[in-house]
Design a protein around this ligand. Structure first.
Ligand code: RRO
Length: 313
């Protein structure tokens, strides 16, 4: 039995890896991910210059998941591309973004000739930059960014999308993405932006920036993540879908793959449980596959059935 998979032309020995932003900002974390059971790793989304991010407290976890408004703290694109160059032991994806179009063009240019950067994930969906809307919710802007990426970068790449909630939007986004042949995968979903978790005892918000509003992750978002994976699996037949959102068990991974994911990223669960979650989750998925008689994830990927209609009498 195997958990191996492929994202475009990159082979992964295990379909699990970290979600960008979690356990991947500092060298020690990246080094640990490299030696973990994850099949790949992805860096924290980075910018041209390092950033400290938003003021603390900026992360909080409750029984159902997490809220964060980190504000893109990172060590700069140079730090992460240098680290990748020195550590080529397992597939490593660079996540990049920028705060305005001009700098986005510059950072794309910066990585365009780097042989060691393969299938970078362009983050079009950070919800936590004060005064900056998410690119993925402005379809004209998203096209402009995609056009620039293909013009400057001109190699296979992926994008990280925000969650969508309406069939019309799934169709509109897919119509745009299908025009870009070099776009080989999408990661769905980023956190659900601008949620609010309230501490009723203290009568305060749980995090400080943006009046307490931040990206929601964890159990709160599994159904939304699965819907995005499945909608895009149907609407983007020539692209791989990376599932992200709400994974805490082997069963959650199975659901993502059944909905169409080729690989899955672990965010809130990794943050709370630590690096050993890759062992536990891999074992749980293998056990479930064994019970169901599957040897390989390709045997059930995208095979979600709709339940039989009930007959009303
Ligand atoms: O750093 C963040 O605040 C952050 C980013 Br860039 C993102 O893409 N998603 C998220 O939940 N937080």
């Amino acid at each position: 039995m195997s958990l191996k998979t492929k994202i475009y032309d990159i082979q992964l020995t295990n379909c699990l890896y970290n979600a960008s932003g979690v356990y991947c900002r500092e060298k020690e974390e990246l080094d640990k991910l490299l030696n973990s059971k994850s099949g790949a790793l992805i860096t924290k989304s980075c910018t041209l210059n390092s950033r400290k991010g938003n003021p603390e407290p900026r992360y909080y976890c409750d029984n159902f998941g997490t809220i964060n408004s980190m504000g893109l703290p990172n060590n700069s694109v140079k730090f992460y591309t240098d680290w990748i160059k020195e550590n080529m032991l397992k597939p490593t994806f660079l996540s990049i973004t920028e705060l305005n179009f001009e700098n986005f063009c510059k950072i794309t240019q910066y990585i365009s000739d780097m042989e060691h950067i393969k299938l970078p994930e362009f983050n079009l969906s950070c919800p936590n930059i004060i005064g900056k809307p998410q690119i993925g919710y402005d379809f004209e802007k998203m096209e402009e960014y995609l056009r620039k990426i293909t013009e400057i970068y001109n190699k296979p790449f992926g994008v990280k999308l925000p969650p969508y909630f309406d069939p019309v939007h799934f169709q509109q986004v897919s119509d745009i993405l299908n025009n870009y042949n070099k776009l080989k995968y999408i990661t769905a979903i980023n956190s659900i932006g601008n949620g609010l978790i309230i501490d009723i005892e203290k009568e305060t918000t749980c995090i400080h920036p943006k009046n307490g509003m931040g990206g929601i992750g964890g159990k709160y978002i599994l159904p939304t993540a699965l819907s995005n994976v499945n909608n895009f699996y149907r609407l983007l037949p020539n692209k791989d879908i990376i599932g992200c959102g709400g994974i805490y068990t082997g069963g959650d991974i199975f659901a993502h793959i059944l909905a169409g994911a080729s690989a899955v990223q672990i965010g809130s669960c990794l943050y709370e449980e630590g690096i050993d979650c890759f062992n536990r989750l891999s074992n749980e998925l293998l056990e479930l596959m064994k019970n169901k008689g599957y040897n390989n994830i390709s045997e059930f990927k995208g095979q979600l059935k709709t339940s039989s209609p009930t007959i009303n009498r």
